[in-house]
Design a protein around this ligand. Structure first.
Ligand SMILES: NC(=O)c1ccc[n+]([C@@H]2O[C@H](COP(=O)([O-])OP(=O)(O)OC[C@H]3O[C@@H](n4cnc5c(N)ncnc54)[C@H](OP(=O)(O)O)[C@@H]3O)[C@@H](O)[C@H]2O)c1
Length: 217
């Protein structure tokens, strides 16, 4: 699969890109600056030992990707979505964004639209299926391929798209759970702030969540 990562030069985007490249997928690393994207793509290729990743401008990556992941800070969320709106039409957009307050980055900024995910869906319109995922996994786990670190909660208003994103997480070796419609992203996004608080007290970086009590497959 050709997976575009808008904001792919960041910590979370690089972690995801590295994971999918390791899993044999084609990764398009997006950035506002081509050279930055190319540098990150080269680093991924050197790490996996093949030409799995290509650096591109965000809009070009979004246009070329079969599925598009958005991994930018919340204060760049709406603007970046506007930039890639036409390029993602008809595709799945995986939104990784956590709406943190840029003034106080450990604090949740409650989005006017309910959650970043719902805002993305409203902005992109019904022809693009927005799915929230990966908000609760630290980039450090992704970078090191630590697949037992936590579960991935997946929500969005299209059930088939949620299943596709669960498979995308499966490519990284991660267990992902369908947690229903986009409005549930309010909880999923908010959980990250609790994990950040735990990390702060624990002086760690890797707190995650694990759902227990599930029936065995
Ligand atoms: N870090 C984590 O462990 C983690 C975990 C779960 C979820 N998340 C969420 O994932 C998203 C990305 O996190 P991150 O830690 O990777 O963030 P980051 O490193 O601060 O930023 C990611 C990328 O976004 C682009 N960017 C930054 N400011 C921008 C702006 N004003 N306009 C457009 N693009 C901009 C930059 O790419 P270019 O400069 O190359 O364009 C940057 O490399 C955030 O919403 C975060 O809350 C992060």
């Amino acid at each position: 699969m050709r997976i575009a990562i808008v904001g792919g030069t960041g910590k979370e985007g690089q972690g995801l890109g590295m994971g999918w490249a390791r899993a044999g997928q084609e990764v398009l690393v997006g950035s506002r600056v081509l050279e930055r994207a190319q540098r990150v793509a080269e680093a991924i290729n050197a790490a996996v030992g093949r030409g799995a990743a290509t650096g591109m401008l965000n809009q070009d990556a979004a246009a070329a990707g079969e599925i598009v992941v958005l991994a930018v800070p919340y204060d760049a969320h709406a603007m970046t979505l506007q930039d890639i709106r036409e390029s993602v039409r008809g595709k799945i957009l995986v939104d990784v964004t956590v709406p943190l307050d840029p003034e106080k980055p450990r604090r949740l900024r409650i989005p006017l639209g309910g959650s970043a995910t719902e805002e993305a869906q409203a902005l992109l319109g019904p022809e693009t299926r927005v799915v929230a995922a990966f908000q609760n996994i630290s980039h450090t786990h992704l970078a090191h391929g630590e697949t037992n670190a936590c579960d991935i909660l997946v929500c969005g208003d299209d059930a088939d798209a949620r299943q596709d994103v669960i498979k995308l997480a499966g490519l990284l070796g991660l267990r992902a759970l369908d947690v229903g419609p986009a409005r549930n992203a309010r909880v999923v996004e908010g959980l990250t702030v609790l994990l950040m608080e735990i990390n702060r007290r624990d002086k760690g970086r890797g707190a995650g969540i694990r759902i227990t009590g599930l029936r065995p497959d």
